[in-house]
Ligand binder design. Sequence first.
Ligand code: TPP
Ligand code: SF4
Ligand code: MG
Length: 363
Amino acid sequence: MAFEVIRHQLPLFEEEGRSAAVDDEQGRDLHYLPDLPEEDPYAAGHRTCAGCGPAIQYRWVLKAAGRDTVVAGPTGCMYVANSTYLCTPYTVPWAHTPIASGGSFTSGMAAGYEAMIRKGRYPGPYPNILVMAGDGSAADIGIGSISGALYRNHDALFVCYDNECYANTGIQTSPTTPYAGMTTFTPFGTAIPEGKKLPPKNLAKMMAEGHPHCYVATTTVGYPVDLMNKTRKGLNHVGAAFLHCYTPCQKGWVYQTSMTVELGRRVVESGLWPVWEYDPEMRTYRYFHPPVQRPVTDYLAMQGRFGHMLPEHVATTQVAANRNWEAIGMDVPETLREGEDPARHQRLHDEEYSMPLNRGIGA
Ligand SMILES: Cc1ncc(C[n+]2csc(CCOP(=O)(O)OP(=O)(O)O)c2C)c(N)n1
Ligand code: SF4
Ligand SMILES: [Mg+2]
């Protein structure tokens, strides 16, 4: 006899007035809410850097998932910095996987729980099963195993915490490192003044277009309620889900440690990280339209990794942002169009900013 597999349906949090969907003065800072869960399956005491974006993401995702959760973590900062000998910050079951195997390991967990529940060997309900992999894992070394898991539609949430570099091994470039982002493998110099020459891989769109039966979404640590709700939607979706989260790396990007969440908003407001949701039933995208549109310099100037940029590099980045605005159905203001002209810029170091808060060291 086969037993029924009962699944959780996690309620969503009220978002209105709490995200960047409202003006700065009204709601930009109203993210820390009394009705969010008190539990922290990712407890204090880990050893990530101060201001670590991936650690913030881990905390919010596990808060949203709750106690009945099993989580896997492929090799990366969030494995190494979180698990010293006999000690992890998790109060839920956690397992490390090789960097390439986050998808296959999580497939096995999902298939195993299903089979055990059906056979009556696990009382259920089906737990929240998720993996949180870095960009080096999810967009590069382990993309095959995650794509396979999405394709086979295992009932799990596959999260990429994207700090836009291979952080744990010394800030090397990854496929999601942005154009002109300086890493230890993309130094700037006379031969290649921009540092990184290539545009970033559009991982989330690849996942949505390539696996149209899956729930896919993007988010950032700048919008905790959005992050938590998309976590819950991904877990509630019966089948595979993929969440791509922008998570600044203080050490690799060189910015003031208190600015992690601010970066998570400015990257959206400057058009460099479109926030959206893909609905697998309707096969449509729903794009978030931020109320503020900033020049890319408001974002770039906060980070030392961009401090070397020349006028033409800033203009190239503004071109990319403007194409993103158009792609998500927003008008491009005249001032931002003018920013496509290198003659409108100076070296990033000498640029003026409309919101000159906290310049990155070296920028
Ligand atoms: C097959 C394989 N290649 C290389 C490594 C070395 N390695 C360990 S952590 C890491 C960086 C992973 O980067 P990412 O997934 O982006 O996570 P982050 O360190 O940025 O958190 C690398 C390359 C490895 N463990 N396994
Ligand atoms: S190097 Fe970056 S990703 Fe790694 S722990 Fe530090 S801030 Fe976090
Ligand atoms: Mg990384």
